[in-house]
Design a protein around this ligand. Sequence first.
Ligand code: ZN
Length: 208
Amino acid sequence: MSTGPQKYPGASTAQWWQSRWGGDPMEVNTIVWHSTEGTGLPDYAGGSAAPNFTALPDFDAQRLTWYQHFDFDISSRALVNKPGGVETNTLNVCQVEIVGTCDPAAHGKWTARHLYTPELPDWALRDLAAFAKWAHDEHGVPLTGDVVFKAYPASYGANGVRMGAAKWNAFRGHCGHQHVPENDHGDPGLLPMAAILARAAETAPAAP
Ligand SMILES: [Zn+2]
């Protein structure tokens, strides 16, 4: 289990939570995207609700700074998992939190520089695509995802795009917190997933 490189090149392990929280070995075939709804690197309640990765914008350098909290193929903790039903955090998913907001109300109010997921700058798309390409090339995560991303707040709760158990259990590729069963969060809103995946595919090697 847990084949392939486990550390994303260049990611900081300054907030490494795996030694405290363990996690289950998996063979990841799905990326679940989140937005933190804040502007700084979160503590995730001492790591108890941490994802595998956090992508923090560096506006001056126009790049994303990556933090890694768990190995790629070790389960992380940013999803709700209710007793019974389906597995969530441990169902071969790697989770990424983008530091920023999907909420138009927060976007309109915040005075600090921040990422707004429906309107990401090109350099953020570039760096998110680079991560998707790495997950594809090194771990075989498909550069696809048969889901529709909805804008927040319509993406909250029973949003019409959240997967049922059968679809979730069979899912491979890229989706958002708003698509995961047993969860009600609506992040990452209208993330331009198709554009990110298309960009990743442009630079991915052709299938043999
Ligand atoms: Zn989330």
